[in-house]
Design a protein around this ligand. Sequence first.
Ligand SMILES: C[S@@+](CC[C@H](N)C(=O)[O-])C[C@H]1O[C@@H](n2cnc3c(N)ncnc32)[C@H](O)[C@@H]1O
Length: 301
Amino acid sequence: MRMGSNKKVKPFLKWAGGKTQLLDDIAATFPFSKQDKFTFIEPFVGSGAVLFWVLNHYPNVQQCIINDINEDLITTYHTIRHDVESLIDRLTLWQTEYHALTDDKEAKKTYYYTKRAAFNTKEESSLTQAALFIFLNRTCFNGLYRVNKSGGYNVPIGSYKTPMICDADNLRKVNEALQRVTILQGDFEQTLKYAENDTFFYLDPPYKPLSVSSSFNAYAKGEFNDAEQTRLKEFCDTISEQGHTWILSNSDVKQQEHSNLFFDDLYSDYAINRVLAKRAINSNSAKRGSIYELLITNCAA
Ligand SMILES: C[S@@+](CC[C@H](N)C(=O)[O-])C[C@H]1O[C@@H](n2cnc3c(N)ncnc32)[C@H](O)[C@@H]1O
């Protein structure tokens, strides 16, 4: 896919843990050059900041495989890939309706919560479900995605006056970029069978919480606990044994609490780099700012 600098495609969602801030650090460790042919796999794709960066910068990438456990997120990727114009029509209509309510707080609230209830019925067509997913992402509090124990999306309305709900230009670029991407829904381990020679994995799981109160990894029902982090490390061992390269990001729990060597111990066989990152999503705005995150890799320095 050849894209000029004016044609850069970018994530179509705001997403907790979006990786735009870390792209320079990821680029510094990335094992391939622009001329190389390789396969790219992103098992925890979220909003796809790294996927779109790869598609923009590596014109010779042969295959891209993305995966996420979040069904509505993956439905949205499929809809953009296969039916972007219907999606744009729907979002344009909702944007016009929502902006018309700007001066009427109560009417705006009713509009938002009606859309949220429709989304939670899970009975809509995939086109409507995808449009609702983008609408809620653009209008909710801080672009959060959070579900309750029974899987219901429960983020309150955000305070944006006239949020951009339909970025038609970028959605069309995403549509074009996704034509070469294989889109999967499910657990990260299912991506292993797509690895071929010269495959690179970018692994961005839900972060281990820095403290109980900062816990924000409820992207889906079921939490990504320490046992899951260990299962992911074993997955990294398997892909290393098969000769593939990978970079994994996670929180730097040791920076918060010096005795917490969870990742230093778990990944002691690999290179652990500490990089500065700005977190956009933190429930406590006073705690937003620069903190360190981990970039762990089996790529030679
Ligand atoms: C930190 S986010 C990824 C953020 C992404 N790098 C970005 O730029 O937006 C983690 C993602 O992992 C997904 N996830 C959680 N458990 C998973 C599992 N077992 N297998 C695959 N994906 C999972 C979540 O739905 C979420 O989208």
